[in-house]
Design a protein around this ligand. Structure first.
Ligand SMILES: [Mg+2]
Length: 293
């Protein structure tokens, strides 16, 4: 078996460092034909997988959700049905939790190499791809100035909203959405399209059954609060999941279009997703063979 092992050496405070020896030993014991690459800069995992990925039976990546995001984008651009294994090593691993991947790196390496695969859906966002979250919102505009990695997206949103002193100062988005041929226009502070059981601190936004291979993603749109009381209700809802918030709209879709009145910053799996004015999102059903149990 030919395996390409790509890891981010600095992910999650150098988490991989103390496990690398074990992981490489394990791969050698399993007699895989191994190519190892430690990424040195952003987008490298993507370029590597795009260029050479199709030559391997299996691609195993280790790092945070950002590394996974890059590898998936690389894989989506190659015509290959090879398998993806993931050894989570980031500070936030939302998606790994959804897949029940073990935190223990040795166990995760075993699953990555020998685990059963599940054919998972991937989101297409204009010309890019995302595996579990695409989002825009009040805080995404400033987030990237302070940190590359968007940690815990809803926790950050709640934290941001707690600091808001006046509604009028909040950035809002006038957005037209087109879904199943129906056009709706509204003013939002935040929106996200997800395929994951957990997004940050907030475990579930609704009682909807989330499946990673059902051809559907969950949409969450948050309307602009009218006063500070509504804002507090919203913050409590995000932090503690308290009932009765009519600002939050959720539904499932396989295809949705956003048209903003001005360009809006997006995050894709915690990475910067650009600042488009129009966004077309569609679900590509069962397209990545993910080693996950
Ligand atoms: Mg789904």
């Amino acid at each position: 078996m030919k395996v390409l092992f790509v890891y981010n050496p600095v992910a999650g405070q150098l988490q991989i460092k103390s496990y690398l020896w074990n992981i490489l030993n394990f791969f050698s014991r399993e007699k895989v034909e191994l190519t190892v690459y430690a990424t040195q800069k952003s987008k490298e995992a993507y370029q590597l997988v795009k260029k050479y990925g199709a030559k391997y039976d299996r691609i195993i990546c280790s790092g945070g959700d950002g590394t996974l995001h890059e590898v998936i984008n690389g894989m989506m651009e190659t015509e290959s049905d090879n398998i993806l294994g993931y050894i989570p090593a980031g500070s936030v691993n939302d998606f790994a939790a959804s897949l029940n991947l073990p935190k223990n790196k040795n166990k995760a390496a075993e699953i990555a190499l020998k685990g059963k695969t599940k054919n998972l859906d991937v989101g297409k966002f204009n010309d890019l791809f995302f595996i579990y979250v695409a989002a825009f919102g009040v805080f995404t505009e400033v987030a990237y100035e302070t940190t590359q990695e968007m940690k815990n997206i809803l926790g950050r949103l709640a934290y941001f909203l707690q600091g808001v002193k006046s509604i009028a100062s909040m950035k809002t988005y006038q957005v037209k959405t087109i879904e199943k041929g129906i056009e709706t226009e509204d003013e939002y502070i935040f929106g996200m399209i997800t395929n994951t059981l957990s997004v940050g601190s907030l475990y579930k936004l609704s009682d909807q059954n989330v499946e990673l291979d059902d051809g559907l993603f969950e949409v969450t749109l948050i309307k602009v609060p009218h006063d500070l009381m509504e804002l507090n209700l919203l913050t409590n809802f995000l932090l503690y999941g308290k009932e009765g918030n009519n600002l939050v709209k959720t539904f499932k879709t396989d295809n949705i279009e956003f048209i903003f009145d001005e360009p809006a910053s997006w995050t894709l799996d915690g990475e910067y997703g650009g600042k488009p004015k129009e966004v077309k999102i569609e679900v590509i059903e069962k397209t990545i063979n993910f080693a996950c149990e």
